[in-house]
Design a binder for this molecule. Structure first.
Ligand SMILES: [Cu+2]
Length: 122
């Protein structure tokens, strides 16, 4: 009887270890434009986010929160590099902006975040 209990405990530990391993593939940003709290010229901004893992570009979303509070969806470009998400923002006016991003990593997990930045002004 004690022997059977010990085997059950070992199986439970094995399952837990596998779950921890798969969680390590979450998408994390390594590099971005805009940079966090960075300042950029008015007009056109070529946006990119580089992640630590492959992501599903077709199911990734980018949008901009404009100075007047409106949210503008951006079209995610196609990239040969599966760790990149890109978009072009045009007509940026001076003021505070926020880039909102949501990506689907190849492990099936969604990650999202926000990058506040500034346009124009000195
Ligand atoms: Cu994950």
């Amino acid at each position: 009887m004690w022997r059977r209990l010990a085997v059950g405990a070992l199986l439970a530990l094995g399952g837990f270890g596998a779950a921890v391993g798969s969680a390590q593939a979450h998408a994390i940003i390594l590099e971005s434009r805009p940079t966090l709290n960075g300042a950029f010229e008015a007009g056109t901004l070529d946006i990119f986010l580089r992640f630590n893992s492959r992501i599903d570009q077709a199911r990734s979303r980018l949008s901009l929160v404009l100075p007047d509070g409106r949210t503008q969806p951006l079209t995610v470009g196609e990239n040969a590099d599966p760790a990149l998400v890109t978009a072009r923002a045009t007509g940026l006016a001076a003021g505070p902006h926020t880039l909102r991003w949501q990506v689907l990593a190849v492990d099936g997990h969604l990650t999202r975040g926000e990058i506040p930045f500034k346009v124009g002004g000195k």
